[in-house]
Design a binder for this molecule. Structure first.
Ligand SMILES: Nc1ncnc2c1ncn2[C@@H]1O[C@H](COP(=O)(O)OP(=O)(O)O)[C@@H](O)[C@H]1O
Ligand SMILES: [Mg+2]
Length: 253
């Protein structure tokens, strides 16, 4: 998979795949995203972890350019968002499945392929294989289980093999065996250079991420590997770490 980054001429490592600088999104008096700044290096899985309402979805929407910031900016692969052409390099699995319930599984994939200028056949088969839905290709989506719809949503987000992938709570409603398969696939994608941001409101999959960003009240209250965060918080339990770090400790990098 080709990763669209500049060559590493100065030995300083590749440029960030994703950048946020002073990002703010206000809804009336509520600052759903409140001054978020970070650089995310390519080829890694980043876990955006925080309780419901902490601003994860809004942050992802800012990074994908689907909502315009109140202040600050977001960049993906060196391009300021929002950028319609750049959407071709971004995959986004939304929290609520954005698939068409009156169409079949296969029709959905062909539709999303067409949106991204991908020619049906092989990409559709590849995506069906990843999420293990080949046997349901002719099923009307409205007849699928919640977990199957989640799988289809992932397949639609992957259809154009994007180098940057945003997954908003991808494993909610997905059974444990398939979760393991999802994560194995996420890892295979990052091994090939893809950058993945995956949000969750539970900590049970945090250790599958290369780096964690704890989100609380629209801000990043901690960032680091699971191990770094455990050391910093002085607890082996990430839930506890979240609570402890939520006080007034600020971590920047
Ligand atoms: N379009 C909107 N209008 C008003 N408030 C919103 C809107 N979208 C999100 N919010 C609010 O912003 C906060 C963060 O929401 P969200 O980003 O969905 O959090 P999370 O994904 O972490 O659950 C919540 O208080 C939510 O109610
Ligand atoms: Mg959300």
């Amino acid at each position: 998979m080709a990763l669209h980054v500049e060559p590493d001429l100065d030995g300083a490592g590749p440029p960030p795949a994703i950048r946020a600088h002073g990002l703010v999104k206000s809804f009336g008096t509520l600052r759903a995203v409140d001054d978020v700044t970070f650089d995310l290096a390519p080829g890694r899985i980043y876990g955006l972890l925080g309780p419901n309402g902490s601003g994860k979805t809004t942050l992802i929407r800012l990074l994908t350019g689907l909502t315009v910031p109140t202040a600050g900016w977001a960049e993906v692969l060196g391009t300021r968002m929002p950028s319609r052409p750049n959407l071709g390099r971004i995959g986004y699995m939304t929290q609520t499945d954005g698939v068409y319930t009156a169409l079949t599984v296969s029709e959905n994939l062909h539709f999303f392929g067409a949106v991204y200028g991908v020619d049906g056949g092989e990409p559709v088969e590849h995506a069906l294989g990843i999420v293990d839905l080949a046997g349901r290709r002719s099923s009307i989506v409205g007849t699928l289980s919640g977990g199957q719809r989640r799988r289809l949503s992932l397949a639609c987000a992957l259809i154009h093999r994007p180098p940057v992938l945003f997954l908003d709570e991808p494993t909610v409603g997905v059974d444990p065996l398939l979760r393991v398969q999802f994560w194995a696939h996420f890892r295979a994608l990052t091994d090939a250079g893809t950058t993945i941001v995956v949000s969750s409101h539970v900590m049970d999959e945090a250790d599958r991420c290369d780096e964690l960003l704890f989100v609380r009240s629209g801000t990043i209250i901690a960032r680091g590997t699971g191990q770094e965060i455990r050391v910093q918080a002085g607890t082996a339990d990430l839930e506890q770490a979240f609570l402890r770090l939520g006080g007034n400790v600020e971590v920047t990098r």
